[in-house]
Design a protein around this ligand. Sequence first.
Ligand code: TRP
Ligand code: ZN
Length: 879
Amino acid sequence: MTEQRTAIQRLDYTPPAFLIDRVDLTFELEETHTRVLSRLVLKRNPAHPTADAPLVLNGEELSLESIKVDGRQLTPGEYELGDVTLTIPNLPAEAILEIANTINPLSNTTLSGLYVSSGNFFTQCEAEGFRRITYYLDRPDVMAKFTTTIVADKTRYPVLLGNGNRVGQGNLDKNRHWVKWVDPFKKPSYLFALVAGKLVVLADRHTTASGKTVNVEVWVEPGEQDKCHHALASAKAAMKWDEERFGLEYDLDTYMIVAVSDFNMGAMENKGLNIFNTKYVLAKPETATDVDFDGIEAVVGHEYFHNWTGNRVTCRDWFQLSLKEGLTVFRDQEFSSDIGSRAVQRISNVRVLRERQFPEDAGPQAHPIRPDSYLEINNFYTATVYEKGSEVVRMYQTLLGREGFRKGMDLYFKRHDGQAVTCDDFANAMQDANQFDLTQFKRWYSQAGTPQLTVEGVFDQAAQTFALTVRQSAPATPGQPEKLPYHIPFAVGLLDQNGSELKLTLQGEDAAEAATSRVLHVREAEQTFVFTGISSKPVPSLLRDFSAPVKLDYPYTDDELVFLIAHDTDPFARWEAGNTYLVRLLLQLYRAGDTPKAPEQLVAAFARLLTQDRLDPALVALMLELPSENYLFEAINDVDPARLHAVHHGLTQSLARELRSQLFAAYQKQHTGVPYRYSAEEAGRRSLQNVCLSYLAELDEPMMAELLSNQYRRADNMTDRLAALKALIQRDGAETWLDDFATMWQDDALVMDKWFALQALSDRPGTLSRVQKLMEHPAFAITNPNKVRSLIGAFCHSNLVAFHAADGYGYAFAADRVLQLDKLNPQIAARMAACFNRWTRLEPGRRALMKAELERIAREPGLSSDTFEIVSKALQAGQ
Ligand code: TRP
Ligand code: ZN
């Protein structure tokens, strides 16, 4: 491929030529012809290098009507209208610019800018959507005070919402009305929002620590209020938590959440007016699973927390995205840990990191959490920026302690409230508040790739010492062949033969203060830590609580891993011992290629987990789940996905046979039949119940079929019903169950998403043609991202068997969909195209087939920058 496009470089940052103090916007809403009037109060920016630079505004897909400067209309010769810019030269030091333009929200399928969904109007402006509404300096370091006046038909759009506080409303002729909103806080354009339509509200109040009353509102389509209680409760819990943990209060009279069914991502933190994907708002026990409830709590928390980490303090430029996203993911993870189970939360977060971020860091799109260049910023809302970014923030807390971290946060807000800043500003606040040198730690922002820690332990009986030698290395990534050593917080413990924790005293330290768990500071390429007073060979418990986003290699024996499964007191490390054991076993089975049989040692360990009463069911469930196929995929060269799936499934079946009675007893114990309640404890119980069910479903016995159909029929909640359905459709008679479910839920879009995904994930023959047929189903729509993700995304990203069919039809289908979506919604197309990222890891036959499809996409004329960037980087990986 020869086409070259110019990337934006982080180091090219220059301050804007103009600043905007105030923006007054008026919207005359019409589906196909909305008129936008914008009045900007501008001044030259003294920080810009040239004194007479022209004003260059961004603008895309806009029809310009008129421009006035200080009340005088400009003639066409006085400005230059480009494809994506509007340039106005010769402006004075201060000016008032008035622009009128029109847009067509109805034809906007990109879901960026102003668009129509189910007859209502919504906006999405992050990252660069505001330029699709009006001409503007659409960059986050231009912060202005906004007012928004919305004018619309009163019958079709009774509710008109904007940022900030509502200050006025009134009626106009022709059945129209208007509402005016004032946002008292300066903000960048990406935080602008507007909503108009037929919506209803579920509302409550929150009283802040300082005694202020805040209205908390959740706006949804009529008839959906009964599904808003969890989102509303989560918002109130988030407000309380941020006051207690970080001393941060809400700063407007009203906090609004609005749900929309057509949305590119999870949710958006627009000032005072968060807009959410319905998936992260609507839930009741009959329609939503425990995982959905967890997701709502996390995303509501996330968007709410952005009010301080993102909005009050925002990003100077988009390379700093992790400044707000990594920090806010960390905050939402801590919120979920504090109100639910910290151990379950930590293990789940690490699983997501490993399954989504590690492959990204090892593949063609690898980038540091603060990238150095991009073609399309929308491609950088990644697992790296979000999830690894959160791990980097967590490491500050691990290094500085909770109190030290809080001091750093306080200083960050004290210094930067109302500003657009950089990742360095955050690191400096942490450093200065704690007098702690973070120079080396900052490499986490600039280097891509997952570091590898290779650890050895040597016990010296005579000296009574145990020496841990830690070597760190980091793989080459695109554009970064060499890496410097990181500063890694490495949390460890040592267990004696009885499973008791030993006191950890490093050579030269006072033994009196010794703790049983401590954080070692790894800074060198190779470093040895000698623990003294160790009288017998210990088993080390390493990388406790997953103290750093690294890969760990320690030459544990299988017996030592089984020992840690039984004794480690750190819940993450305990789970990790099982995970390490299972990964090792599955990789051995993959290489051997025979029908898998579960080793006795594993059967015995699982049996103990299933029968010991004192264990937390949620943690047992996590321990019983095999490492995912997508995770194992990364550990195998020239991988044959069909073989991998067969091994994974074979081990599952063997475990089911060997543990039949224990699984059955545990299932019956957990399947209590008490009415559904969402709580960490109850969700944990259900997860163990349903893990047992998934194993039992592997047994070809009439009794198990009955167990499944009973659970399906009697369930009072979606968690249990869906778990049963998932297993039922792997058996004969799948159609009956699928039809039953669809008949019951055809009018609930989010439930139908689950129905589509279940079918797209099936490993039974004929799945591709079923997916193709389902694209014609009345509940499917190619313009709706949730539908695309449920059906096409699930198939392409997660169906190891059908997507990777040896004939290449799965790949051809994926490429067709990428090309189809690219014309409608480039952001969604680019995310779909990422299913080709790992093509060089496949066995030669599939590798060639994937490459051919990548090349076919790349040849398409007029490809969006979104898809072009993903596909061209993927192809470069093969060179
Ligand atoms: N800032 C949003 C968040 O909370 C991300 C987001 C929502 C987004 N919608 C988007 C990013 C559309 C890009 C495009 O994480
Ligand atoms: Zn976010």
